[in-house]
Structure formats: structure tokens, C-alpha cells
Write a protein that binds this ligand. Structure first.
Ligand code: GUN
Length: 291
């Protein structure tokens, strides 16, 4: 079994991006500029946004953090989105989610110019991805595709079983793996909470992508020997022995499953670190104005 080291790959990619940015600027191109809107002071969101700003530094990008209080009106937030859409220096921007309950998240996402939607959440990007047009792909599935590439894990002709059908992981993952491309060209099965025979389906999988948010759901008896296991789960399970008070737990029972599979992503340190990397790759792409 080989452990897929997402942390190391993410670090390598950020260094590669920094070199590309230096070349781009040397050749008269633009310094990529990512802006982030953060509403309120949610602890998780603060951490994520700080990590995104830090990644921009490593990649030699310019970044702008725009903060609003929790009581901002939807109208004012929409105004800010329009301002960023029209700001020629900003190549891409994100609105950190979740937003306060009085704001319609979908309305905000749909107000973003899809050519600057580096999160890949806008329906135009989702639609463009599904028919293979240039687009921004959401961070987690894009990060998984990159990990498969970097570990030379072929997907062509393989049976990929995806557990979970969310809009930001399960569905785009299925789309990417079935497309006429490499990685891609796979036969894809999507399982979810109403699938009766998940164990039997998993046993036929060459690649399992677990994105249900159910800690330790995938056990060794569900895995074909030699399968590739990608764990997207990141549930905070209470753990009094830790300073933080919780243990980040994946959807796969690692100790058991790792003894049976060919490759596996750990939690933490697998898929997680790749997500910010995907955002950086999307921002670099945005700065080239190719979408
Ligand atoms: N909140 C948690 N993950 C994300 C993400 O990838 N993008 C945005 N905008 N908000 C998030």
C-alpha cells in the first residue's frame, strides 16, 4: 500500500505555480490577483480564508481580503460582487461560505461573473464542465484529479465508485471521471443514502471516492484487494485527549482498509491540502483570461 501524500503534492504544486508566475510576469504578463469576501467571524471560515491568503503569498499572487459584518444586507453584498466583477485587476474571487441565513447564497454565487468564479460554483461553470468546455472546476474534485495524475493512477476503463452526491464533490467527481479524457474514461457509479447495496457495489470498485461525511463508513470488507481509496471525509469527532478537543476523521477506516488497498489518502494530509491548491491553479488560469 502506498499512502498518497497530499500535503507534499500541494506544497510542490504551490512552488511550481510561483515559478510560473515569475515567468508570466517576466514576460510582461499579469500578477494573478485573488480576492476573498468574508462575512462575519465564523472560526472555520476565518481559518480557511487565512490559509487561502497564505497560499497566495507562497504562489506570489496578490490577494485582497474584503470583510463585512454579519448584518450586511444581501443588496450590499451583491454590490460588492458587481464591483469585483468589474475590477480589471481582480482575476478571480470567492465569497467564503456559509453566509448568514438572511442572505441567499445561490443568488450571490449566480451574481459572480463565471470567468472570475475560481471556486467553480457558478452554474455556468458546472454546465461547461459537464460538456467539456474550458471552465473552473470546484476545488475538491479538481484536487483529486490532480492527485491521481501525480501518482500515475490510471482511470481509463476502471470502475470508479463515488460515495456521496453533493454538488461540490460527488456530482462533479462523477462528471470528471466519466469524461473523454485522462484522468477520466472511467465507468462511474454514484452511491448515496438511498442505495441499498453499497457494500456489494464497493466490492466491484477499482477506485472508491468516499465523500459522504460519515466517519469510518468504508471498512475492509467493502474493499476489493488492490483498490485505490480516496477519502474526502473531514468530520470533527470529539476527542478529549487532543488539545483541539476533536480528531479530524475520514470516511474510511484507515487502519483496516490500508492493509488491503494499493493507494490510500490519509485524513488529514490527503485530499484536504489539495483543495486550496486547486483554488490557486484556478486563479493562475483566471489571470491568463482563457475562460
Ligand atoms: N466554505 C468551505 N469551503 C469553501 C470553498 O471551497 N469555497 C467557499 N467559497 N466557501 C467555502
Amino acid at each position: 500500500m502506498e499512502k498518497i501524500d497530499g500535503k507534499a503534492v500541494a506544497s510542490t504544486i504551490k512552488k511550481e505555480i510561483a515559478i510560473k508566475v515569475q515567468e508570466q510576469v517576466k514576460n510582461g504578463g499579469k500578477t494573478p490577483h485573488l480576492a476573498a469576501i468574508l462575512v462575519g467571524h465564523d472560526g472555520g471560515s476565518e481559518t480557511y480564508v487565512a490559509a487561502k491568503v497564505k497560499a497566495c503569498e507562497i504562489c506570489h499572487f496578490k490577494s485582497s481580503l474584503i470583510r463585512f459584518d454579519n448584518d450586511i444586507t444581501q443588496e450590499r453584498l451583491l454590490q460588492e460582487v458587481v464591483r469585483l466583477n468589474n475590477d480589471d485587476d481582480v482575476d478571480g474571487f470567492i465569497v467564503q461560505l456559509p453566509l448568514p441565513k438572511h442572505i441567499d447564497e445561490q443568488a450571490i454565487i449566480e451574481a459572480i461573473d463565471y470567468r472570475k468564479d475560481v471556486d467553480g460554483f457558478h452554474p455556468l461553470n458546472v454546465g461547461r464542465m459537464s460538456i467539456g468546455l474550458p471552465c473552473f472546476v470546484s476545488a475538491t474534485p479538481a484536487g483529486i484529479i490532480e492527485l491521481l495524475k501525480r501518482y500515475n493512477i490510471t482511470t481509463s476503463g476502471k470502475h470508479c465508485v463515488i460515495l456521496g452526491r453533493s454538488n461540490i464533490v460527488g456530482k462533479p467527481m462523477a462528471t470528471l471521471l466519466m469524461q473523454k479524457n485522462e484522468p477520466g474514461n472511467a465507468t462511474v457509479t454514484v452511491c448515496h443514502s438511498r442505495t441499498p447495496n453499497i457494500k456489494e457495489i464497493c466490492l466491484t470498485a477499482d477506485i472508491i471516492i468516499a465523500a459522504l461525511g460519515q466517519p469510518n463508513f468504508v471498512t475492509a470488507d467493502m474493499v476489493k484487494p488492490g483498490a485505490v481509496i480516496i477519502d474526502v471525509g473531514t468530520t470533527r469527532v470529539p476527542d478529549a485527549s487532543r488539545k483541539s478537543g476533536f480528531k479530524l476523521t475520514g470516511d474510511v477506516l484507515f487502519d483496516e482498509v490500508s492493509a488491503k488497498c494499493s493507494y490510500i489518502t490519509p485524513v488529514p494530509g490527503g485530499v484536504g491540502p489539495m483543495t486550496i491548491c486547486s483554488l490557486m491553479m484556478n486563479t493562475l488560469k483566471a489571470s491568463k483570461k482563457k475562460i
